[in-house]
Design a protein around this ligand. Structure first.
Ligand SMILES: NC(=O)c1ccc[n+]([C@@H]2O[C@H](COP(=O)([O-])OP(=O)(O)OC[C@H]3O[C@@H](n4cnc5c(N)ncnc54)[C@H](O)[C@@H]3O)[C@@H](O)[C@H]2O)c1
Length: 313
């Protein structure tokens, strides 16, 4: 199976693992990684890399033409916590990069697009438990507003111009290869790093704040699967709900203490608590299961086992 792929924002938490997974699947030279900065040695050594700003339409077009790119994965964005500090920069990056990719697809220069949304599209008025695919969406963060708008534009470009754009609403992602990039669920990665280094951890969310989460391997599999499925199987062209597990800072602490009993955590909520309070506790992802066979494989216990083993304990 030969196809040429471009990943924008390839050096981030998801982009790094996605690039490596797609290179393994389609061949190293078929997958061009790009970002505004260089990535890990693993990523840089395994295939082509271009310094590329996803807000620059002409530069993106040049790279697409040069490598005869067919599919683009847009992973560049400003995440929830950072976006609250730089609202206009977040809006410009998150929206302009998406318009660039959608317009290149509309003009027939690429034929398939992956763009991730987030549970941040939901807001304080959304049903908190088992949040449905279609429901009240009144996001209260800059990041959530940009993701919700992005979803509407994806759906519009599909309906109006036939652009084959595919999307999932990732929950908080937990991984050990690359550090997270300024989100509200970053605590669930930092906590493992502290635990294996023998330090204690101060959580920026309260002990009982429950959020939907997912181990990176599940997220990568979902991304590859939704891009592989026949187009006519997809009934959602905004973005699919996606879930694996939900837990609180107290619960992740307990799961680590099962391996490291002396590990200590205290709780000092900061501005990210308000963001977390506006997001669902758990997500109904049954539409993704029906349409393209989505099934998660990692629960909290298995995630903790993987994280501690790979981070060196
Ligand atoms: N990580 C999560 O938990 C999570 C959850 C939900 C949705 N998402 C979404 O998934 C996508 C990827 O997230 P991530 O966690 O890998 O983010 P990240 O912050 O780790 O990585 C983003 C990458 O984009 C790059 N970038 C920034 N500005 C750029 C520009 N102008 N041009 C090109 N690259 C640029 C950064 O250098 C970085 O390497 C984002 O759309 C994010 O909103 C992530």
């Amino acid at each position: 199976m030969q196809k040429s792929i471009l990943i924008l924002g390839a050096c981030g938490q998801i982009g790094t693992e996605l690039t490596l997974a797609l290179r393994e699947k389609y061949g190293n030279d078929q997958v061009v990684a790009s970002d505004i900065r260089e990535g890990s040695k693993n990523l840089m050594d395994s295939g082509p890399f271009e310094l590329l700003d996803a807000t620059n339409y002409d530069a993106m077009e040049d790279v697409i033409m040069y490598y005869e790119i067919e599919e683009v994965y847009l992973m560049a964005a400003m995440l929830s916590a950072t976006a609250e500090k730089f609202p206009m920069r977040a809006w410009n990056l998150n929206m302009n990069s998406l318009f660039n990719v959608l317009n290149l697809a509309k003009e027939g220069k690429i034929n398939k697009v992956f763009w991730p949304s987030s549970i941040a599209v939901f807001g304080p008025n959304t049903p908190l438990e088992n949040t449905p695919q279609s429901t009240i969406m009144e996001p209260s963060t800059v990041y959530g507003i940009s993701k919700q708008s992005g979803e509407r534009w994806c759906s519009y470009y599909f309906r109006k111009y036939g652009v084959d754009v595919r999307s999932v609403r990732y929950p908080g992602l937990i991984s050990w290869k690359t550090l997270p990039g300024g989100g509200t669920t970053d605590y669930a990665v930092e906590i493992y790093h502290k635990a294996v280094s023998g330090a204690s951890y101060t959580s920026f969310l309260k002990a009982d704040t429950k959020l939907p989460m997912m181990f990176m391997d599940d997220a990568i599999r979902a991304t590859v699967d939704i891009m592989e499925i026949e187009s006519d199987k997809l009934t959602v062209r905004s973005s699919y709900n996606l879930a694996a597990m939900s837990f609180t800072p107290a619960e992740i602490t307990a799961s680590i203490q099962a391996y490291i009993p002396e590990f200590k955590v205290d709780f000092k909520p900061d501005f990210r608590q308000d963001i977390a309070d506006s997001w669902p506790n758990s997500i109904d992802d049954s539409q993704a299961t029906v349409d393209w066979g989505w099934q998660p494989q990692f629960d909290l216990e298995r995630t903790t086992e993987e994280m501690l083993r790979n981070l060196g304990k």
